[in-house]
Design a protein around this ligand. Structure first.
Ligand code: UTP
Length: 296
C-alpha cells in the first residue's frame, strides 16, 4: 500500500476574476460564512487523513500563513474574557494540520505551482487540492480518489459533468469506456479549456488530484502551454499515455456532489448561501429569512 500522507494546496494564483476584492487579500481568504475558503480545504485534507499540508503561496499571501498560525494577543484577550467558545475557534486553524509553505516566485501556472512541491513531497504519491475549490464536507471525494490510487496505482483526477457550452472553462477528459467501472473511468486524453466543438467530452477536471510522483519529472519537461503557463493538464496527458509500471495511467473519479469554485463571484455567492443555510447556529434563521425575501 502506498504511503499517502501529504497534501499540496496551490494558492499562488492572482485571483483576477474576483478583483477588486482580491487586490490586497488572497482569494483563498475570502470568508465563506464564518471561515476563510482555504480553511475548508485544509479541513477536507485532514478528514481524508492528510495532515501534512504544503501550501504553495506567493506575493500578497501573508494572510494565509497568519491564519494557520497562533495569534497570542487575540487568544489572551479571549481567555481574559472567558470566551472559550471563540477561543476554541481561533485556535482550531492553528492546530488543524502541520502546515508548511513554499513560495512560487512567479505564478507560471498550476503545473509550475505543483513543481514547487517536489522537494517537500519526495518520492510518494500525494494529493493536490486547489485552494479556491470547495467540496462539501459530506461528499467524500478525496477519500474515494485515495482509495483508487491505492488499489490501482497511477494518478487520479476528479471529473464533473458540465454543460457542454462550459467546456472552455476547464480541462476536459477523453475516457475509455471499456476501462471504466462505475464512477471510476480510465482517462485516455486531456485537453485544456477546449471550445465545445473540440471537447472530447463534457467531463471537466475539478480541483482535486492524487498524483504519482513521476509527475514531477514530466513537469520538468513540460513546456508552457495554453496562456503561456505550465499546465498540469499537459503533464497528466503525458502520464495517461504511459504504463502504470512507469508511473503512468490516469484514472478519473466522476463526482456528482456539491462543489463551489470560490474564485468565481457567482459560485462564491452560491457557496455562502448554501452553506449559510446549513450553519448549525443560525442556518435555520437564515433559511427562513431567505424564504421570506427571495423573490419578493
Ligand atoms: P486559477 O485558474 O483559478 O487562476 O488557478 P488564478 O490566477 O488563481 O485566478 P484567476 O483565474 O486569475 O481569477 C487554479 C488554482 O491554481 C493556483 C491558484 O491559486 C488556484 O488554486 N495557481 C494558479 C497557482 O498556485 N499558481 C499559478 O501560477 C496559477
Amino acid at each position: 500500500m502506498s504511503d499517502l500522507t501529504k497534501a499540496v494546496i496551490p494558492a499562488a494564483g492572482l485571483g483576477t476574476r474576483f478583483l477588486p476584492a482580491t487586490k490586497a487579500i488572497p482569494k483563498e481568504m475570502l470568508p465563506v460564512v464564518d471561515r476563510p475558503a482555504i480553511q475548508y480545504v485544509v479541513e477536507e485534507a485532514v478528514a481524508a487523513g492528510l495532515d501534512d499540508v504544503l501550501m504553495v503561496t506567493g506575493r500578497n499571501k501573508g494572510a494565509l500563513e497568519d491564519h494557520f498560525d497562533r495569534q497570542w494577543e487575540l487568544e489572551q484577550a479571549l481567555e481574559a474574557k472567558g470566551d472559550t467558545h471563540r477561543l476554541e475557534r481561533v485556535r482550531h486553524s492553528a492546530v488543524l494540520a502541520n502546515v508548511h509553505y513554499v513560495r512560487q516566485g512567479d505564478p507560471r501556472g498550476l503545473g509550475h505551482a505543483v513543481l514547487c512541491a517536489e522537494q517537500h513531497v519526495g518520492d510518494e504519491p500525494f494529493a493536490v487540492l486547489l485552494g479556491d475549490d470547495l467540496i462539501d464536507a459530506r461528499d467524500t471525494l478525496l477519500q474515494q480518489m485515495i482509495a483508487v490510487q491505492r488499489e490501482r496505482g497511477g494518478s487520479v483526477v476528479a471529473l464533473m459533468e458540465v454543460p457542454p457550452e462550459q467546456t472552455n472553462m476547464y480541462g476536459c477528459a477523453a475516457i475509455d469506456e471499456s476501462g471504466s467501472e462505475g464512477d471510476v473511468v480510465k482517462v485516455t486524453g486531456l485537453v485544456e479549456k477546449p471550445e465545445p466543438a473540440d471537447a472530447p467530452s463534457n467531463l471537466a477536471i475539478i480541483g482535486r488530484y492524487v498524483l504519482d510522483p513521476s509527475v514531477f519529472a514530466v513537469l520538468h519537461d513540460t513546456p508552457p502551454g495554453r496562456g503561456n503557463e505550465i499546465q498540469l493538464t499537459d503533464a497528466l496527458m503525458t502520464l495517461a499515455g504511459r504504463p502504470v509500471e512507469q508511473g503512468g495511467t490516469v484514472w478519473g473519479v466522476v463526482f456528482r456532489g456539491r462543489r463551489y469554485d470560490t474564485g468565481d463571484r457567482l459560485d462564491y455567492l452560491k457557496a455562502v448561501v448554501r452553506l449559510g443555510q446549513e450553519h448549525e447556529e443560525f442556518g435555520a434563521d437564515f433559511a427562513a429569512w431567505l424564504k421570506e425575501h427571495v423573490g419578493s
